[in-house]
Design a protein around this ligand. Structure first.
Ligand code: G1P
Length: 289
């Protein structure tokens, strides 16, 4: 099972990050030195993905400009001998073949992924949610692709989360196959306490087989009146094998302010240019707390 294609749903309005996202896409907010969407695309490319479809909506144009060349700016940086900026500016345009498609309606994650049918065709494909940023040694998408290949199955990324977080995410019914890999037999989106299967939630990464599209096309609205991807995967795992990978790595929900700040601090601590400086800054601040 070779996974060459990825779909990135990025059509959400970013309401949890307003007003910052009033006039720029939430995916373009800078996480230390790069926009959030770049981390997602870099993870996909590092996992062997060659073609990427970003599902967008009105107002997401700056993302398309970001992954394009900018000849005037590049000529200026070259003339000024600002070579490190020049490299940083050009790099995103060369990552992969990136396609953009508008969702046109706000009808939920399952509907957004369903728009990718023509792009995906008859191949397995990865889905990376734009809000979920991962820090890991092996890219999380690659961890899922490896498990999907090993078991000839679709795969979802998971970690155990708190009861409180579970009700904001989803809950998986799992049976252990090996350390860190489970068979998935059922799932529920935004579970009430009585509906929980386990504390394993789906966290932003999927490898899916194309038979999911027929299911998504015929899905009734679920939680919040939206077409939920989880509802589609519940049907998919009933008819074809699915595994959950308890992935190695830290996941940040950059779609809300606290998660965004956690990611900012952690990535800035890891960054060559800012790490030592930030450690000193935090030490000096903590003396005043
Ligand atoms: C989405 C998914 C949910 C998943 C969560 C975290 O929810 O529908 O199953 O657990 O992302 O990745 P959302 O954050 O869009 O409400």
């Amino acid at each position: 099972m070779k996974v060459r294609k990825a779909v990135i749903p990025a059509a959400g309005i970013g309401s949890r990050m307003l007003p910052a996202t009033k006039s720029i896409p939430k995916e373009m907010l800078p996480l230390v030195d790069r926009p959030v969407i770049q981390y997602i695309i870099e993870e996909a490319v590092a996992s062997g993905i060659e073609e990427i479809l970003v599902i967008t909506n009105r107002g997401k144009g700056p993302m398309e400009d970001y992954f394009d060349y900018y000849p005037e700016l590049e000529a200026r940086l070259e003339a000024d001998k600002k070579y490190s900026y020049l490299e940083a500016v050009r790099k995103p345009a060369d990552f992969a073949n990136i396609f953009f498609l508008r969702q046109k309606e706000t009808r939920g994650l399952g509907h957004a992924v369903g728009r990718a049918r023509a792009f995906v065709g008859d191949e397995p494909f990865a889905v990376l949610l734009g809000d979920d940023i991962m820090k890991s040694k092996v890219p999380v998408t690659k961890q899922l692709i490896d498990a999907a290949e090993k078991y000839g199955a679709s795969a979802v990324g998971t970690q155990a989360v708190s009861d409180e977080a579970l009700s904001r995410y989803s809950s998986l019914k799992v049976e252990a196959l090996e350390p860190k890999i489970f068979r998935v037999t059922d799932m529920v989106e935004k579970p009430k306490p009585s509906e929980r299967f386990s504390n394993y939630a789906i966290l932003g990464r999927y490898v899916l087989t194309p038979d999911v599209f027929d299911i998504l096309d015929n899905l009734a609205p679920g939680f919040g009146g939206e077409i939920q991807l989880t509802d589609g995967l519940k049907k998919l795992c009933a008819v074809s094998p699915m595994v959950a990978v308890d992935f190695e790595g830290v996941r940040y929900d950059t779609g809300n302010l606290k998660g965004f700040l956690e990611a900012t601090i952690d990535f800035a601590l890891d960054n060559e240019e800012t790490g030592d400086w930030l450690r000193e800054f935090i030490k000096s601040k903590s003396q005043c707390l």
